[in-house]
Design a protein around this ligand. Structure first.
Ligand SMILES: [Zn+2]
Length: 144
């Protein structure tokens, strides 16, 4: 969050300098103080102006890009079966563990996936031991 504000301020600064360069053909790098960079030399003001605005837009993009887009590309995926880590770029086409064949999930989904898998395993065990009965379809059972 903090870096977003920082990127936004930097972006705005670059764009302001870019506008100064394009309109006044000079940049006042320290407002209120002396050093003014004179750009009225050939097309220098034009080049500098567009470069500065380009930098500004890049920083604004960094500050406004969606959180979701960042989260869609995790660095690592983790196997639900054996806990092995994989580089996301190595397995993004086919997120299946090469060691045990289980599915791979993002690190923040790992706990949930493990808990769910454990719950399924316990349920299967209880069904096997006859402690609980497997879920039946919604067919009504007639009693006599
Ligand atoms: Zn595995």
């Amino acid at each position: 969050m903090f870096s977003r504000i920082f990127n936004f301020l930097i972006g705005m600064m670059f764009i302001f300098y870019g506008i100064f360069a394009l309109t006044l053909k000079k940049i006042n790098t320290k407002p209120g103080m002396a050093p003014i960079t004179d750009l009225n030399f050939g097309y220098l003001w034009l080049i500098a102006g567009f470069l500065l605005i380009g930098f500004g837009v890049a920083f604004l993009y960094l500050s406004f890009r969606s959180e979701k887009r960042i989260k869609n590309y995790p660095l690592f995926l983790r196997c639900v079966g054996c806990g092995k880590f994989y580089n996301f770029s190595d397995v993004k086409e086919n997120p299946i563990c090469k060691a045990c064949g289980e599915k791979l999930v993002k690190e923040d989904e790992y706990e949930n996936a493990i808990n769910q898998k454990e719950a399924e395993r316990l349920r299967a065990e209880r069904i096997a031991n006859g402690i609980i009965k497997p879920k039946k379809s919604k067919r009504k059972v007639k009693r006599k």
